[in-house]
Design a binder for this molecule. Structure first.
Ligand SMILES: [Cu+2]
Length: 226
């Protein structure tokens, strides 16, 4: 707390210095100093927030199982209603088309994420989603090119190809930054969540969505389908 106060004071002093330089700028032409001081003030103002976030955030680990056996491609997410909404223009991630398959088979994204669907195969594909979640049809586009889809609301989208009936993928869009997909050992890690009680949800291909309460202090989250 005291450190933060001290930082605030230094920051205020720097801002005063910037203003002072502003006024004598025309006389002494110290233009190069001004942006330097300004950026120093900005980075100082960010310091306490970054430190607070580092102290409280943690990685939440768990295992997903079906009938006691580890299961890959399960999506696990934590409700985070108190967090600000995702930025409208969020990050971009890739759902690749290669060797007549989508990769990854299951993709989890936060609402507001744009997914790029590049065709890195040797043949044409026609990617579409028609039932629920995000409905779209990307049509045919040449090998080596890509089409973007913005996932702007939560839900599950089933992704298919018009030409190759064996191609299928899932995009699960969730309204939270805290989510993960389980690996081959059923393990998952949700990064950077504050340590508090959570309502969790989990879904997997061919399985129902399940949910429950979880207190991170009680070690790993066990997500079990019967
Ligand atoms: Cu195809």
């Amino acid at each position: 707390m005291r450190r933060e106060l001290r930082l605030r004071r230094v920051e205020r002093l720097l801002l005063v210095a910037v203003k002072l330089l502003d006024s004598i700028d025309s006389i002494f032409r110290m233009r190069r100093l001004r942006p330097m001081l300004a950026s120093l003030a900005i980075s100082l103002s960010l310091l306490p927030a970054a430190a607070a976030q580092r102290e409280s955030a943690m990685d939440l680990h768990g295992t997903a199982r079906v009938g006691g056996r580890p299961v890959q491609n399960a999506v696990i997410w934590l409700d985070a209603p108190s967090l600000p909404a995702a930025p409208r223009v969020g990050p971009r991630v890739v759902l690749d088309q290669r060797n007549l398959a989508f990769s990854p088979h299951v993709l989890a994204v936060r609402v507001g994420t744009t997914v790029d669907f590049p065709n890195n195969d040797r043949v044409f594909h026609n990617v579409f989603s028609f039932r629920e979640g995000k409905v779209f049809n990307l049509g045919l586009y040449p090998v080596g090119t890509s089409r973007p889809v913005l996932f702007d609301r939560p839900g599950l989208s089933r992704i298919f190809c018009n030409i190759h009936p064996n191609m299928a993928a899932y995009v699960m869009a969730v309204d939270t930054p805290y989510f993960a997909v389980s690996d081959q050992a059923g393990a998952f890690a949700i990064r950077g969540a504050a340590p508090r009680d959570y309502r969790y949800h989990a879904w997997r291909p061919g399985g129902m969505e399940i949910s429950g309460d979880w207190t991170p202090s009680a070690d790993r989250l066990a997500v079990d389908w019967p």
